[in-house]
Design a protein around this ligand. Structure first.
Ligand code: GCU
Length: 671
């Protein structure tokens, strides 16, 4: 008995008739104050109409929903609800009796909260849960970073072209932008950076600002602000100035005028994201100025309008002999306290670059006077693109719960990011989007889960990755526990499986040059030393791994006391980061008694076996899933298993060419 055809376009917003018993509980009416003008409240109302009609199959008898804020809705005001701790984006969903009739109220202090509350109510009905909920986001700026170019190519994008159809904007606004906004609003994502961090100055010209303004108009009713990546040298390219020196008054004046121009067409513009002096991008260092000088100059231009600067800390120089993993800390830590109040420094989760597993970035906890924004990559650049099933909720949560020990035990990355550790009110989390023009948005159904997980964890960085996975599976497929539970198990195991078959035991950056797909640990002749896989694994006849202890690069010295002590010795580092921090002989004894070499090979085998297991499990779930989504996932899992073998066989063969060792007993010979 195969499930009915489904449309992967709908993401997790699949509004379907609920089981008969639940339909009567779906509200039949939605009420907003007749004078309500907040577009977000009206969008919430429309979304509820749409969802209730579909979920009740026209049978909704569960009373009325009243939504609004005490300020604009007399009915909400009359309930005298306690909304004190909800801020301007939190919400309360509550069942009350008014006039002897049951009413579901969605109340908030502002329109965004009402919108988020409406989506929460829908989610709870879809999942068959009691509808009452009280929630507020712990992080203020929850944004996607699109690495989308103006020609619609997407840097590190694996789901087709950019959804931003710059050519037809602003005249034509693709209806897809509305669905994009709905999906984001359902997660509480409240901003989007439209263009690539490797930015072209063109995006700041009047024609492109008009296009961005048209997108902003579509997103605004869904609580989303538009931001742009700014090219630091734009005053030269667009303004004809001779310099982009941030301390030059003509440069400052140019950016002030540019900001004024932007706010004339996008009154609620969010601000700038900047990649400066990184991988060939221009920046303040070109003029002997600091990152703070550059960021503060832009911040000053945006300040009168309420905009923010997200200044990236992803910097490393080819000319710098220092361990790449150390360079961002070396450059940024001394500038703590020098950034203007509307600047956030945006830091990738790990110190290298979105690897299958990295330790948390040492800047977390090390810049207490600066709001640090966490940047995750949702698109899977180094993680098998949109082909491999890898649930990133688990990766995100691992970073967030990492203890920096900056203010003693419990100083987790999540507490740095939500501002509670150092008392910051301006806080943020960014996810590099995996969205494109593919019908299913993200290139595969399971990659939708990574967008979903990013949004849910940006709202609550302490949320459980497993709970989020089960929730997504329930919304996207079916809430039947015989399906949702094994799928959540599979998702939770998927990230470690990938680590095992690609870069086990703390190895990193062994992917093919440039495209970053597939194994290439043997590459060692690239002009930039730190782009060579050999730079990272340092393997030879005697051993493998990067010595980052005090005898090596001393990257461990960038971590706070207890974390540094843990990473300083192989025995305490733990398997996950072993070869990240240590160079060890192939015969090094692991805790279980096996050698490093045996353990390494077994990890590759374990990764391959896990993917084979995912395939078998997915085969058993066929009755629960429509044909199209089932078979696409099955096809991709088959490719993933082949590529997992490729990774294992190529990597093991290469290590053997260095160490001359036999495979450990029981390990299958490569095909
Ligand atoms: C990675 C990625 C680049 C990207 C860069 C960045 O290095 O490969 O494509 O531009 O990260 O984050 O700026």
């Amino acid at each position: 008995d195969r499930a009915a055809a489904e449309d992967s376009y709908e993401l997790w917003l699949r509004y379907r008739p609920l089981p008969a018993a639940a339909r009567a509980g779906v509200p039949g009416a939605v009420a907003v104050d007749p004078a309500e003008r907040d577009a977000r409240v009206l969008a919430a109302r429309d979304e509820l109409f749409r969802a209730f009609a579909a979920m009740s199959g026209g049978m909704g008898g569960g009373g009325e929903v009243v939504l609004g804020t005490p300020a604009t809705s007399a009915r909400v005001r009359a309930l005298r609800l306690d909304l004190g701790d909800l801020g301007d984006e939190g919400y309360l969903v509550r069942r009350v009796m008014t006039g002897g009739r049951p009413v579901t109220v969605v109340a908030a202090n502002g329109g965004a909260g009402v919108l988020y509350g409406a989506f929460a109510l829908i989610r709870r009905l879809q999942l068959g849960r009691p509808v009452e909920e009280r929630s507020a986001p712990k992080v203020r700026l929850r944004v996607l970073n699109h690495w989308d170019n103006l020609d619609r190519s997407v840097e590190r994008g694996y789901a087709g072209q950019s959804i931003w159809d710059w050519w037809r904007l602003p005249g034509h606004k693709d209806p897809r932008y509305v669905d994009y906004a709905r999906a984001n609003a359902s997660l509480g994502i409240n901003g989007t950076i439209l263009n690539n961090v490797n930015a072209k100055a063109d995006s700041l010209t009047a024609p492109y600002l008009a296009k961005a303004a048209a997108v902003a108009d579509v997103l605004r009713p869904y609580g989303m602000k538009v931001y742009l990546s700014a090219r630091f040298s734009a005053p030269i390219e667009l303004g004809g100035l001779e310099t982009a020196d941030p301390l030059d008054p003509s440069v400052q004046a140019w950016w002030r005028a540019k900001a004024d121009e932007i706010y004339r067409v996008i009154p609620d513009f969010g601000g700038f994201l900047v990649k400066a002096n990184s991988e060939g991008q221009p920046g303040p260092r070109d003029y002997g100025r600091s990152h703070a000088d550059g960021a503060n100059m832009l911040a000053e231009a945006l300040r009168p309008h309420g905009g923010a600067v997200m200044w990236r800390a992803f910097v490393y120089q080819e000319t710098d002999p220092e361990d790449r993993a150390k360079q961002a800390y070396t450059e940024f830590k001394p500038q703590d306290g020098r950034f203007a109040p509307n600047v956030l420094v945006q830091v990738k989760n790990g110190p290298i670059d979105f690897q299958p597993r990295e330790p948390f970035h040492p800047l977390f906890g090390a810049m207490p006077r600066t709001p640090l924004m966490l940047e995750f990559q949702i698109t899977k650049e180094y993680l098998g693109f949109a082909t491999h099933l890898v649930y990133l909720g688990e990766l995100f949560a691992e970073t967030l719960r990492s203890d920096t020990y900056a203010r003693g035990p419990g100083s987790t990355v999540s507490r740095v990011v939500d501002g509670s550790l150092d008392g910051h009110r301006l806080t943020g989390m960014a996810g590099v989007a995996n969205i494109g023009s593919d019908r299913d948005w993200t290139g595969s159904t399971f990659d939708q889960a990574n967008w979903y997980a990013f949004g849910r964890l940006a709202w609550d960085p302490d949320a459980s990755a497993r709970t989020v996975a089960a929730e997504w599976a329930g919304l996207t497929f079916t809430t039947d526990p015989a399906f949702a539970r094994p799928v959540a198990d599979l998702m939770m195991a998927s990230r470690q499986a990938m680590v095992d078959y690609m870069t086990p035991l703390g190895l990193a950056h062994l992917m093919g040059t440039g495209h970053h797909h597939g194994p290439a640990p043997w590459v060692s002749d690239l002009a930039r030393p730190e782009w060579n896989p050999a730079y990272y694994h340092r393997a030879d006849a005697r051993g493998i791994g990067f010595d980052r202890t005090s005898k090596g690069s001393n990257a461990v010295g960038q971590y706070a006391g207890p974390a540094a002590r843990r990473f300083a010795r192989p025995e305490t580092t733990g398997e996950d980061h072993l070869l990240w921090f240590h160079h060890l002989p192939w015969d090094h004894r692991m805790p279980g008694g096996a050698t490093l070499w045996e353990t390494l090979v077994r990890r590759y085998d374990r990764g391959v076996a896990a993917v084979a297991g995912f395939r078998a499990r997915w085969a058993g779930l066929r009755p629960f899933v429509d044909a199209e989504r089932w078979s696409k996932t099955a096809d991709l899992l088959k490719v993933q298993e082949e590529e997992a073998r490729w990774w294992r066989d190529a990597s093991v063969a290469y290590w053997r060419s260095l160490n001359g060792r036999a495979l450990p007993p029981g390990s299958p010979e490569p095909a």
